[in-house]
Design a protein around this ligand. Sequence first.
Ligand code: PLP
Length: 398
Amino acid sequence: MYDFDTVIDRRDSCSLKWDSAERRGMPADVLPMWVADMDFAAPPVVTRALARVAQFGVFGYSEADEHFCESVHSWFLRRFSWDVSERWQVLVPGVVPALYLAVQAYTEPGDAVLIQSPVYYPFREAIHDTGRVVASNPLRGASVAGEPESEGGNPYTIDFDDFEAKAADPRVKLFILCNPHNPVGRVWTADELRRMGEICLKHKVIVVADEIHADFVFPGYQHTVFAQLSDELADNCVIATAPSKTFNLAGLQLATVFIPNEKLRRRYLRAFRASGLSQPGLMGIVACRAAYEGGEDWLEELLVYLQGNFDYLDERLRAEIPAIKLVAPEGSYLAWLDCREMSLGHRELDDFMVKEARLWLDGGTMFGPEGAGFQRMNLACPRATLSEALDRLTTATR
Ligand SMILES: Cc1ncc(COP(=O)(O)O)c(C=O)c1O
């Protein structure tokens, strides 16, 4: 029913991905497949709702009403069997701001925050920018070039002994979990989540779960909302979500934070007030409600299309560029490419992608030192764009 094949020219639309190459020192003809937004139009139900508001023409201060709250509630109940209460919700302009607020709400300058590297780079920035210290529990896996630990599956796992050692450090007050994990593509199982959650409870470490990619989970895998694991674990966590990845609404800046525990919620709200943030933007509210109420069939088709993109990428890499391997994705639309067999240093590899292949990807070390030899490629684009990227990569590699 929906068209994901048409290439939309996004140039000259104030797009961070498509309009900032030269300002960021990239060649003008580079094909951008880096920042995680999609080259697809949002579901028609969303654009219609936004057009109605634009036509109405009055753009005064806005507030989320009971219809908005019900659309959020119903989405999580339908998609994840998670029954959220309206009281738990705090609306913020994005998941990244939500993480900064959590760091400020639950830690003091000089405290440490646990993350699992390689991981979405703003996790590190939220810790450094607020004067806190990173404690890293590096993921295990993909350690030897060309020899994935689990044949065919995603090799990344958690080093639980190291996780516990880090969580037991009295300076560590907070753990920022990424599930599904950007960039390695794991969807953590309920057992893995429970084990991490129990270690955090034992050592009084609060968990912030960034679940922004939760709607992108491939067949055979299941997303577990961290707060679903048990009442005790729900009481020790903050869940950050947004419709922005799912429906391509990032420019409308709206995210939802759920905090079941009242004391943790009060501390969060104190940090929220101190930040000077106030009402959420009108277009974000309208788009989110429309998407959650009417965008589900669009999402189902999108998931099939994205799966097709991953399959297409995998087939062409195997046939044309065997030195680059796709790390088996379980969730998200971000491909984690193992380029270690190319035997390039990480700077050389980044340069090769930009200067030779004319591709703007995210270099693996942006996510932490464990990302050396990897590149992250955004597959939320028409197949024709992906095909063009692979043509460029094949030519450059040859
Ligand atoms: C794990 C993760 N969290 C948060 C974000 C960004 O969230 P927002 O745009 O709502 O700040 C991204 C975007 O790529 C992401 O991958």
